[in-house]
Design a protein around this ligand. Sequence first.
Ligand code: G1P
Length: 290
Amino acid sequence: MRIRKAVIPAAGLGTRFLPATKAVPKEMLPIIDTPTIQYIVKEVVDSGIEEIIFVTSKGKDSILDHFDTYDDLEKKLEREGKTDLVNLLKETSQMAKFVSIRQPQPKGLGHAVLCAKDLIGDEPFVVLLGDDLVDSSIPCTKQMIDVYEKENKSVVALMRVGDEDVPKFGICGGHQDTERVYTLDTMVEKPSLAEAPSNLAIVGRYILKPSIFKYLEQIDLGKGGELQLTDAMARMMKVEGFVGYEFVGDRYDAGDKFGFIQANIAYALKRRDIAPRLRSYLKELVANMK
Ligand code: G1P
């Protein structure tokens, strides 16, 4: 079955970016001039997804406003002949069909995905975490959809991390089938280095069959007293199999201060309107550091 829907959990509190996130959702913090979440939305739209389900919480209305239409503003800008800006506004609202559902309590990623159950129905879907930006020529989600279509199993995106980062991620173990594809046999949420089956970390991209909801309903609270998506996936893996895919691309952790700055610099260095000045500024900065 073709993958048409994506779930983007956006209910997190964003405490790592206080005070910026006191009144602004962390998903709306811009990388240059575009909210972080718009890069995620663009990735799924470029991968053929038609409907996007935001799982939100209190104080996140500006995410939905951002993807809404702004008729009055469009008309005003049109009258002023600012067609470039009109197109920018239209582009955002016309990217996909946007739907939202509230996660009433912060009970974890697994619970956030479970909130979307009725909106997904009986079809496979993508989950993307807003903190993980992946820059690649073929969108990471598209790469994963291709693997899903070939393997007909749920797929999780993997990336090798250093030992010091292992306890920050869901970690997978399994058999390497091809250069990038693994048949998984272990998944552990944020293990200690000693418990970890490998250095293959789960990045925030998942293609899930709808049976994941059944497993999410079966599991108990896990790490941090939260309903963990990784625990439900581990259960699913034992019954239905699960594929890990080491994606091609550069991943930025936009949920971390350093990662956020890295993403801003890396994306700016790809922008024709900014790159030349930024490159000479960075050179100058480095030269003056010595
Ligand atoms: C979540 C998942 C974890 C995954 C990570 C990727 O953790 O629970 O398995 O490795 O995202 O970013 P979080 O970072 O939200 O605590």
